[in-house]
Design a protein. Structure first.
Length: 154
């Protein structure tokens, strides 16, 4: 089942956030600390914000096995950009013991349908180069690069 996150899901979401942080820390310890992306208080605020929805995938016991954080981005009256409404996927994670079972794809397809039903122009997300499994996952879903973010270490 996929539904909007509730306060009761915060501890489980936090566990999954720690898993993703470890993946990023392992790949880029120069950038990522060990911890979580959001505190419990920040998660409560996100859950209450209609423009920043967390969708969760749960099993039959209502245990969260995956999540997808989304953010509404709206461009209006910009000098060079057209007026579009984008649904940005801030984070998508599946419990490591259930990866490969299609949960991530189901979450993505659910969010995609939500975006279409709510008049969004596109879905966007970032994927770190140090996370090849995520890159492979998004490639398999048919996502294409929109822009490239480059760096030079000094």
């Amino acid at each position: 089942m996929i539904r909007k996150a509730e306060y009761k899901d915060i501890s489980r979401i936090t566990e999954l956030l720690k898993d993703i942080c470890l993946i990023h820390h392992s790949g880029r310890p120069d950038i990522f600390k060990i911890g979580t992306k959001y505190t419990e208080d920040e998660l409560k605020k996100i859950i209450d914000d209609p423009d920043n929805i967390i969708f969760v995938y749960t099993n039959s016991s209502d245990l969260v096995l995956g999540y997808c954080f989304t953010q509404k981005h709206q461009v209006l009256n910009d000098n060079i950009l057209t007026d579009i409404k984008t649904l940005y996927i801030d984070d998508l994670c599946v419990e490591k013991t259930t990866r490969g079972l299609g949960i991530g794809k189901k979450l993505y397809e659910f969010v995609k349908a939500f975006a279409k039903e709510n008049g969004y122009y596109n879905l966007t997300l970032n994927v770190w180069e140090c996370n090849p499994n995520a890159k492979k996952f998004y490639d398999a879903l048919g996502l294409k690069p929109m822009k490239t973010y480059l760096e030079e270490l000094l």
